[in-house]
Design a protein around this ligand. Structure first.
Ligand SMILES: O=P(O)(O)OC[C@H]1O[C@H](O)[C@H](O)[C@@H](O)[C@@H]1O
Length: 548
């Protein structure tokens, strides 16, 4: 496919944007009493209310037509059948296979039944988790394991960490799971301080087993283990790995039976459903991990089979395109009104920005449109006392997804009702805003003088007409958390498909890695740096001076 700007529907949407310019969301609600009902759809335990968008029936119809004209139907078929839709790496994209229903017997990809491999790995995880939880797995001195440290970065870290945190109410008491990612020594040092090598197991998660941060931290963990009573022969009792590079993991000292496989058809940022999710399974138990997979599968089935007009990932993805490409929105905010989901924006940021931060079409040509937005956000209500100011009165349009459970895991006092009220009032305020007349009246009612009214009222005006989606679920459970993350995975794919880019490679991260090695070598040697730019030379010199 070429540029989406060449699609007939793209042109129609550009014209439609003009038609909609003078139409406020408020007026759309006034004109149609059934608007809320019409623009609400459900799947996999989630209800999406997308009524507070700058969209009417024609908009939604054009957006779903755009998805069709861009080839989304066949792209979905391609994904679910194992076609090599990651064209630059010539790979299938099969995170959906990791959560396929047990009823499906096979999914043949390049002559291999990937489901058989997935299930064998799940069995291996079951055993490992059961041994840890039952206390059967002992450390080198015969003590039961109390702590598991997951070492990984990027996709081999953030997804599992965010999901484990989201499922805090489901955590088992007997084993504490920790995460280490950064090459900053403060990360692992802080964690190791709390731990006893006799009762700690490290899970080294790295698809390639070649990532600098992960290998450095794994080596630091092993050094700590060996210098605090452990021996080389006992490394296998305290270290496990998740990797597609078995040889490197064995060379590290892992026992083969403690190496969990990964496959090249799982992208890092889509891998929490694989054995990369082992820390989650250890934290909440295998039953809850299966429930997480099942929730994601329910969303997969919805995405695969529901008509586009009712399809949550399609609607959310297409509305995103509407704002990014036709309203010049540069960012998209995710605001979960759930404390346990507070880190979710960071995971979706990685998922989406590494997937759709691209400037080339599938055919290699440069794109002519904007692609992936900057994804950001944080927990409500905290953000209301900070960046929501910009959402309401800033000069930029920021579409928002509000995410909230109807029931809390911790229903104390009026907390949850207040939390929920705040969530609804934010989307309402974004839409309705405040007129100058309202601001003036408000000031007069408060006893302000005419002079004060004239001075202050303009600052209190809120333009409104700012779009948002609201996603509701009964409760945050393993299944609904699984479905939510799968929803965003597919939303990302929908947008990537409309833009005609490959959402599944990540060549952009490579240059920094290569240059990182080069700079490291310069920091530890007396190399001639005169060919480097003056800024980098000066920064290298500052570091070397501080070390001497
Ligand atoms: O799992 P690993 O091979 O250690 O990779 C960890 C991460 O590193 C890379 O920089 C990629 O950009 C990520 O997609 C990946 O998840």
């Amino acid at each position: 496919m070429g540029s989406p700007t060449e699609l007939t529907t793209w042109q129609k949407l550009a014209e439609h944007k003009q038609e909609m310019a003078a139409v406020s969301m408020k007026s759309l609600f006034e004109a149609d009493p059934s608007r809320a009902e019409k623009y609400t759809t459900q799947a996999a335990g989630w209800t999406l209310d997308y009524a507070k968008n700058r969209a009417n029936e024609k908009t939604i119809s054009l957006l779903t037509d755009l998805a069709k004209e861009a080839g989304l139907e066949s792209a979905i078929k391609g994904m679910f059948s194992g076609a090599h839709i990651n064209n630059t790496e010539d790979r299938s994209v099969l995170h959906i296979a990791l959560r396929a229903s047990q009823a499906q017997e096979s999914l043949m990809v390049d002559g291999v039944n990937v489901l058989a491999e997935v299930r064998a790995t799940l069995k291996q995880m079951e055993q490992f988790v059961a041994q840890l939880h039952s206390g059967e797995w002992k450390g080198y001195s015969g003590k039961t394991i109390t702590d598991v440290v997951s070492i990984g970065i990027g996709g081999s870290y953030l997804g599992p960490k965010v999901v484990a945190e989201a499922l805090t109410p489901y955590k088992k008491d007997n084993i504490k799971v920790h995460f280490v990612a950064n090459i900053d020594g403060s990360d692992i040092t802080g964690k190791l301080k709390q731990l006893n090598p006799e009762t700690t197991v490290f899970v080294i998660s790295s698809k390639t087993f070649g990532t600098l941060e992960t290998l450095s931290n794994a080596n630091a963990a092993r050094d700590w283990f060996l210098s605090n009573g452990g021996t080389q022969e006992n490394v296998s009792k305290h270290f496990a790995a998740v990797s597609s590079n078995v040889k490197k993991a064995v060379d590290f000292g892992m026992a083969k039976e403690n190496i969990f496989p990964m496959w090249d058809w799982v992208g890092g940022r889509y891998s929490l459903w694989s054995a990369i999710g082992l820390p989650v399974a250890i934290a909440v138990g295998m039953d809850n991990f299966y429930a997480l997979l099942d929730g994601a599968h329910q969303m997969d089935e919805h995405f695969r089979t529901a008509p586009f007009e009712e399809n949550l990932p399609v609607i959310m993805g297409a509305l995103g395109v509407w704002y990014i490409n036709f309203h010049n929105a540069q960012t998209h905010a995710l605001i979960p009104y759930d404390h346990y989901l507070r880190a979710m924006p960071a995971h979706i940021q990685q998922l989406d920005m590494e997937s759709n931060g691209k400037a080339n079409l599938l055919n290699g040509d440069g794109v002519e449109t904007d692609t992936g937005p900057i994804i950001w956000g944080g927990a409500g209500t905290n953000g209301q006392h900070a960046y929501h100011q910009l959402l309401h009165q800033g000069t930029r349009l920021v579409p928002v997804d509000f995410i909230a459970p109807l029931a809390s895991h911790n229903p104390i006092g009026e907390h949850h009702t207040q939390l929920f009220a705040n969530c609804l009032s934010q989307s309402q305020a974004l839409m309705v805003g405040k007129t100058l007349e309202q601001a003036e009246q408000e000031l007069r009612d408060a006893g302000a003088t005419a002079e004060q009214v004239a001075k202050i009222a303009p600052h209190k005006v809120i333009k409104g007409n700012r779009p948002s989606n609201t996603l509701l679920t009964d409760k945050m459970t393993p299944a609904t958390v699984g479905a939510l993350i799968a929803l965003y995975e597919h939303r990302t794919f929908v947008q990537g498909t409309i833009w005609g880019i490959n959402s599944f490679d990540q060549w952009g991260v490579e240059l920094g890695k290569v240059l990182g090695t080069d700079i490291y070598n310069r920091l530890v040697s007396d190399s001639d740096n005169s060919a480097l730019d003056a800024s980098t030379q000066a920064l290298i010199n500052a570091f070397k001076k501080a070390q001497s």
